[in-house]
Design a protein. Structure first.
Length: 379
C-alpha cells in the first residue's frame, strides 16, 4: 500500500470515529439508561462510503492473489536460455561491494608464445623433443652480413701483423637471406654420439682418446664433452640419425654472428675468457660443452668459437663468395673431396676464433682430435 493511500484511509476512519463519538455523547445527555445509540442514516452512509473507500484503496494497492496455476507458470523459466546454470552464471552482471576475487593463474599450456627475434631469441624445443636430447635454438628468417669487410680486414692485418692475403676466402662481405631454421645449442657430445653407435647406425670415433686423455669416448667422466675424431660422413650420418642435418655454411655463420657483422660471437674483441682456446700455445684439450655462457652468440648458441671444429654441409671453395647465391646458398657442387669446417678449436689461434674464418678438410679426414659435430633442422 502506498503511503498517500494509507493517510487517506486513516483520515476517513478518524472522521467516522469522531462523528460516532459525538452521537454517543448526545445520547448520553438525553438519558443515563441508554447504553447505545443506533447509527443515524448519515453515519450509515459514511460507513458505507468508508467501506467503498477501503475497497477502492485495496484494489489499487493490493493485487488479487494469483491462482496456484498462475504461480507455477510464473515460476517456470520461459525457455532454457534464461535458466541460470553453472555455464550461464559467468555471464551474469553482478556487482557487489565485496573485494575483487583473486584471479586464477594462467594456464601455462595455453599461454601464447611470443615470436622469436634476433633481439629476443628463445629455445625452440627442449631435449624431450629431440632423439638425442639436444637443446636447439631458433634462428629467425632474414638477412645478415656474411664474410669479412675491407675495414675489418685492414684492422686485423694491422693489429696482428698478418699477411695481406691471409683471408681471401672470406671476401667479399655480402648480404645473405636465410629462411628460418633451428640449430643445436652446443656441439654434439660423447654421450649423444654413443646413442647412435648403440643403435648400430654410427661407427665409433677413429680414436677413443682425446689430445691429453687416454680414455675419452665411452668414459662416463667425459659424457658431456664434444665428440672428436669424426670425419664429414660420420657427422652427416649422425645428424640424419638424429632427425636433423648438417647446417649450411651460411646457417652456421648467421647463428654465430647475428645480424650486426661482429667478429666474434660475443662482440668485436678477442677474449679468451669467453671460449676454450689456447691462442696457439702448447697444452689444452676439449672442455664440457656450454662451459662459456658469456661467449654465447646473439641468438644464445654456445661454443661457436673454440673447443672443436664443426663440420658443415658445404663443400669448400676458396672463392665461393664471389658468385654464391644471395638467398639460402647451398654451397658449391664440386668433387665431394673437401668440406668446410667452422668455429676454430681449443688449440686454435686468434685468427681461427673469428666467426668468418673458414677452412677446408678432406671428407674422410679423422686423424685430428678437434673435429666435431653440430646439427641443424628446417621448420
Amino acid at each position: 500500500m502506498k503511503r498517500s493511500q494509507l493517510i487517506v484511509k486513516v483520515f476517513v476512519i478518524a472522521l467516522v470515529f469522531a462523528f460516532q463519538s459525538a452521537c454517543n455523547s448526545a445520547g448520553n445527555s438525553s438519558g443515563s439508561e441508554a447504553t447505545a445509540v443506533p447509527q443515524s442514516e448519515g453515519a450509515q452512509e459514511i460507513n458505507e462510503n468508508l467501506e467503498a473507500v477501503e475497497i477502492a484503496v485495496d484494489s489499487q494497492t493490493e493485487p488479487t492473489q494469483p491462482s496456484d496455476s498462475a504461480i507455477n507458470e510464473a515460476s517456470e523459466p520461459a525457455d532454457s536460455a534464461n535458466e541460470i546454470t553453472p555455464e550461464t552464471l559467468g555471464s551474469l552482471d553482478v556487482t557487489t561491494e565485496a573485494a575483487e576475487p583473486t584471479p586464477e593463474p594462467a594456464d601455462a599450456n595455453t599461454e601464447e608464445t611470443p615470436e622469436p627475434t634476433a633481439d629476443a631469441p628463445h629455445i625452440a624445443f627442449d631435449p624431450e623433443n629431440t632423439k638425442d636430447g639436444m637443446v636447439m635454438v631458433f634462428i629467425p628468417a632474414g638477412e645478415f652480413p656474411m664474410g669479412t669487410s675491407d675495414e675489418q680486414r685492414t684492422r686485423l692485418i694491422d693489429e696482428h701483423i698478418w699477411d695481406k692475403n691471409w683471408n681471401e676466402s672470406e671476401l667479399p662481405l655480402h648480404t645473405v637471406y636465410l629462411d628460418a631454421y633451428w640449430i643445436d645449442q652446443t656441439e654434439v657430445t660423447n654421450g649423444q654420439y654413443a646413442l647412435c653407435v648403440a643403435d648400430g647406425v654410427c661407427q665409433e670415433p677413429r680414436f677413443l682418446k682425446s689430445a691429453t686423455r687416454d680414455s675419452y669416448f665411452g668414459n662416463p667422466e667425459f659424457q658431456n664433452y664434444p665428440v672428436v675424431y669424426i670425419d664429414w660422413t660420420m657427422a652427416k650420418t649422425y645428424c640424419t640419425w638424429a632427425g636433423r642435418r648438417l647446417p649450411t655454411e651460411a646457417e652456421w655463420e648467421k647463428a654465430a654472428r647475428g645480424t650486426d657483422g661482429r667478429l666474434y660471437p660475443w662482440g668485436n674483441e678477442i677474449d679468451n675468457t669467453r671460449a676454450n682456446f689456447t691462442g696457439g700455445s702448447e697444452g689444452g684439450d676439449t672442455m664440457a660443452v656450454g662451459s662459456f655462457i658469456e661467449g654465447a652468440s646473439p641468438y644464445g648458441v654456445l661454443d661457436m668459437a673454440g673447443n672443436v671444429w664443426e663440420w658443415v654441409a658445404d663443400e669448400y671453395a676458396q672463392r665461393y663468395y664471389y658468385n654464391s647465391p644471395s638467398e639460402n646458398p647451398p654451397g658449391p657442387t664440386l668433387t665431394g673431396m673437401r668440406y668446410t669446417v667452422r668455429g676454430g678449436t681449443w688449440n686454435g689461434t686468434v685468427n681461427s676464433m673469428r666467426i668468418a674464418h673458414r677452412f677446408g678438410m678432406k671428407v674422410d679426414y679423422t686423424d685430428f682430435p678437434t673435429g666435431g659435430i653440430r646439427c641443424a633442422a628446417s621448420p
